[in-house]
Ligand binder design. Structure first.
Ligand SMILES: NC(=O)c1ccc[n+]([C@@H]2O[C@H](COP(=O)([O-])OP(=O)(O)OC[C@H]3O[C@@H](n4cnc5c(N)ncnc54)[C@H](O)[C@@H]3O)[C@@H](O)[C@H]2O)c1
Length: 293
């Protein structure tokens, strides 16, 4: 399991001294290049920047080629280090490219969205979307460490914060009633580091017992079977949903099925519905699909 550091990004230089590497590459998208890289750059050792386009549609093989080409053209060797600075798209694709370049080089994650901090950056799942399928190609591979600093949230839109918040709700629903109850009264625009820590700890505990998802880890996929279907269907359309938004509706749908299968009480379903609607409104799936271009 990777070590998680809940520290200021300013400590990156000290943390990197614990690793041995020949050359460092910082992977960004245009938004993290603009908002996050200037903050951390003064504290980074010598490195080269690799930029890909932002967004889920770019969690693709084309972006991988761009990253592998940049590494190869710079003659990066097997002791290279990739520093993933961004949201879940960057940590997923950066981890995948690092794990496959020359059969695997080291990488670290510095997640800059709430979603990546509470979920995507830890747990060892890396990968890309392929054809119309989410996360179709990928490998399990752990970063050397993850550095979590919520000061990156300052430039994050409220919609993005709301997206990350749904994975926190998921952690509460699958494992910790108190966490769930606390979250249902929180303002997702102002999530503090302790609440983030609690969510990641839930995920880490599950992953620790089943790192490659042979059984129990599947609990973390709550909301994701239907959520991924919603996300993929609307991807690239004017009604596209952010990952966490799709997962919120996925959790609601799967909770509904659970009631029908007598696996969940109606009252619990109603509470989930109330919370999902409070934060995410209602998804008019037929309308969204009608408008699909
Ligand atoms: N590997 C896993 O275990 C795991 C778990 C959950 C989700 N995921 C994946 O994570 C992805 C979603 O992650 P995400 O929501 O972070 O998406 P993202 O990486 O697309 O980031 C969302 C947007 O915010 C921008 N951004 C990032 N940090 C910013 C900052 N500090 N200020 C301003 N803008 C910023 C990005 O450029 C992007 O436009 C999905 O692909 C999903 O499949 C992976």
């Amino acid at each position: 399991m990777s070590k998680l550091y809940f520290e200021s990004y300013q400590s990156i230089n000290t943390l990197l001294k614990t690793l041995q590497y020949s050359s460092a590459y910082v992977l960004v998208d245009q938004n993290t290049k603009l908002h996050c890289y200037p903050l951390i750059a003064p504290f980074l050792p010598s490195h080269k920047l690799i930029e890909i386009k932002a967004g889920e549609v770019n969690k693709s093989i084309d972006s991988c080629i761009r990253i592998w080409e940049a590494l190869s053209n710079d003659h990066a060797d097997r002791q290279g280090l990739i520093i993933n600075l961004g949201g879940g798209v960057i940590t997923d694709i950066g981890g995948f490219c690092a794990s496959t370049y020359k059969r695997g080089v080291q990488f670290i994650n510095i997640p800059t969205t709430l979603l990546a901090q509470v979920d995507a950056s830890a747990g060892g799942k890396t990968g890309i979307d392929f054809q119309q399928y989410k996360n179709q190609i990928g490998v399990f591979s752990e970063p050397e460490f993850v550095l979590i600093d919520n000061s990156f949230h300052r430039t994050l839109s409220n919609r993005e914060k709301r997206s990350g918040f749904s994975e926190m709700l998921k952690h509460g629903l699958i494992a910790d009633k108190d966490h769930w109850e606390a979250l249902t009264h929180l303002d997702y625009e102002k999530i503090d580091l302790d609440t983030i820590k609690k969510s990641v700890a839930i995920k880490q505990a599950v992953v620790e017992n089943d790192p490659t998802e042979k059984g129990h880890r599947k609990i973390l996929n709550f909301g994701h079977t239907i959520g991924h279907a919603i996300e993929s269907t609307l991807l690239g359309t004017e009604n596209a949903l952010l990952h966490g938004e799709a997962i919120a509706f996925g959790m609601l749908s799967e909770a509904f099925i659970a009631v029908k299968l007598n696996l969940l009480e109606e009252a619990s379903f109603q509470q989930i519905q109330q919370v999902v609607e409070k934060y995410y409104g209602k998804l008019q799936i037929e309308k969204a699909l009608r408008n699909k271009s």
